[in-house]
Design a protein around this ligand. Structure first.
Ligand SMILES: [Zn+2]
Length: 428
C-alpha cells in the first residue's frame, strides 16, 4: 500500500556524486560510513539493519551519530527519567547544533506505545539518515540550515524494554507502578501502566481514554502524571516546535486533530489538510481526521497543537500488527515515510506555516519569548529573525484565541501579536 521511493535511498548503493560541503568526509578506517554500514546483505536502510533494535542499540546509534558529527548532532537526555529510572535520550540535528538560535523545531517521536517497534526504527533511521546525508544530499543540507530536528526514538523506554525483550511482547503503556505481567490478547488491555498518549493536558479525560487502570488506554490519575509525558511537555514548552509527528503502528494513516466526535474542525483545518495530503502522497497512507480512526483524548499531538499552535500529526505506519516482520513493517515502509518526514521537516522550516519576529539588537543579546506555560530563548547577533509559533492560539470551539507573545528585550518588554504566516518587525 505504501509508495516505495527507492531512488531516495540511492546513496546506499551508489557513491555520492559530490563530497560533503560542510564538513570533512567521515571516515572509518579509510571508508565512509555508508560503505561500512552497507556490506553485502545489508538492507537499504541508513543503518543497513535487517532486524529490530534491542533497547541498547538505539542509544548506541544516537551516540555514534553524535560522535561522528559533533558540529551537527548532539544527544540530550530529557529532564525526567522514566518511572523505572531510565534516561530518555533525544537526538538534536542542525547545523551549528550547539547554538541557541531562533530556528524552528521539527519534533519526531517514536515508542510512546511500547509495542509499536516500527516507530522506534523509523525515528532512529531518520535521525541517522539526516546525520549521514548532511553535506551529501543538497536537500538535507539545506534543510539543516533552516530547522532544528529533534528525534525522541523511545518516549517510553520501560515499556519498550518489557515488550522488546519478550517479557510482555504486547506491552503498550508505561511501567507505573510496575510493568505488569500480562496483556489481554483480545482487548489489548494491559494490567499495569498509563497510556502515555492519553496522559497529555488538553482534552485529558475525554472520550477515547479510560479511567480503568487495566484499560489499554488508561489515561493516568491526572494530566501529565507520568515522567515520560513530562519530558515531551518540557521539550515542547521550551522550544518553538512548529511541526510535531508521533509515529505509531499500525493503521496506515496520517492523522490530524480533532480526536473527538463532538469537537469542531480546528481553525487550521485547511493547512492541516494540505500538509496531511502531502504526507499521504509521500508515504501512501491516507490523510484523515484522527477521530476517523477512533476517538482519542489527551494525545501529544492535540496537546501540542492546542497549547502552542504548532501543527501536530500522528502517523500510523502500515503493517499487519504492532510489530510485524521487519521486512514489511519497517524496510518496505521506510522510503515513503522518509519522504513524508522530510516534507514535515520542510514544513516546520517554512514560515508560511508559522510566524516570525524580526529585529536588531547588539551582538550577544539574549532574548526571551513567553506566554503563560511557554518560554523560549535565543541569542541574537545583531539583526535577527526568530521563527516562532503564532501567538494566536487555536481554541476548543474551532475559533482562534487572540493572544500575544511577551518578548523580553534588553531593558524593555514588547507585546507581539502574530497570526500564522505573519512576520512582524519589532523595535527591541
Ligand atoms: Zn500507538
Amino acid at each position: 500500500m505504501a509508495v516505495v521511493v527507492t531512488a531516495a535511498l540511492a546513496a546506499c548503493t551508489t557513491p555520492a556524486a559530490t563530497p560533503p560541503t560542510t564538513t570533512t568526509p567521515k571516515t572509518y578506517d579509510g571508508k565512509v560510513l555508508a560503505d561500512v554500514r552497507h556490506p553485502a546483505g545489508a538492507s537499504t536502510l541508513p543503518s543497513g539493519r535487517n532486524d529490530y533494535r534491542e533497547p541498547a542499540d538505539v542509544r548506541a546509534d544516537l551516540e555514534q551519530a553524535a560522535k561522528a558529527r559533533p558540529d551537527v548532532v548532539r544527544v540530550v537526555d530529557l529532564p525526567h527519567k522514566s518511572v523505572q529510572g531510565k534516561a530518555v535520550p533525544a537526538l538534536e540535528i542542525a547545523h551549528h547544533v550547539q547554538t541557541d538560535d531562533g530556528r524552528p523545531v521539527f519534533l519526531l517521536m517514536g515508542g510512546i506505545h511500547a509495542n509499536e517497534w516500527p516507530g522506534v526504527e523509523v525515528a532512529t533511521e531518520f535521525a541517522m539518515d539526516l546525520a549521514e546525508q548532511d553535506g551529501r544530499d543538497p536537500r538535507i543540507t539545506a534543510l539543516l540550515d533552516h530547522v532544528r530536528v529533534i528525534v525522541v526514538p523511545v518516549v517510553n523506554p520501560d515499556g519498550f524494554e518489557a515488550s522488546r525483550t519478550g517479557r510482555i511482547p504486547d506491552k503498550r503503556k508505561n511501567c507505573d507502578p510496575t510493568c505488569g505481567t500480562k496483556v489481554d490478547p483480545d482487548t489489548g488491555a494491559d494490567d499495569a501502566g498509563v497510556d502515555l498518549n492519553r496522559n497529555f493536558g488538553v482534552n485529558w479525560g475525554g472520550p477515547g481514554s479510560s479511567g480503568d487502570r487495566t484499560g489499554g488506554d488508561y489515561r493516568g490519575p491526572k494530566a501529565f502524571s507520568e515522567p515520560e509525558t513530562q519530558n515531551i511537555r518540557d521539550l515542547v514548552t521550551g522550544h518553538q516546535v512548529t511541526v510535531l509527528v508521533g509515529l505509531h503502528t499500525y493503521g496506515d494513516m496520517n492523522l490530524r486533530p480533532p480526536g473527538q466526535n463532538a469537537s469542531p474542525l480546528t481553525p487550521d483545518e485547511a493547512v492541516y489538510a494540505e500538509l496531511g495530503n502531502e504526507m499521504a502522497e509521500a508515504n501512501g497512507y491516507p490523510s484523515h481526521l484522527s477521530r476517523e480512526l477512533y476517538e482519542t483524548s489527551g494525545t501529544a499531538e492535540e496537546w501540542s497543537y492546542f497549547t502552542t499552535g504548532g501543527l501536530g500529526f500522528e502517523t500510523e505506519l502500515n503493517g499487519d500488527s504492532n510489530h510485524g516482520p521487519f521486512a514489511s513493517s519497517v524496510l518496505s515502509q521506510y522510503a515513503g515515510e522518509r519522504e513524508a518526514l522530510l516534507r514535515d521537516a520542510e514544513a516546520a522550516a517554512n514560515p508560511k506555516y508559522h510566524s516570525r519576529i524580526a529585529g536588531n539588537v547588539p551582538a550577544g543579546t539574549k532574548l526571551e519569548l513567553s506566554k503563560p506555560g511557554l518560554r523560549t530563548t535565543m541569542t541574537a547577533d545583531g539583526p535577527f529573525t526568530w521563527d516562532v509559533n503564532p501567538s494566536i492560539r487555536p481554541g476548543p470551539d474551532g475559533r482562534n484565541i487572540e493572544e500575544s507573545w511577551t518578548l523580553q528585550c534588553p531593558g524593555r518588554t514588547v507585546q507581539v501579536t502574530l497570526a500564522r504566516g505573519e512576520t512582524k518587525q519589532v523595535s527591541c
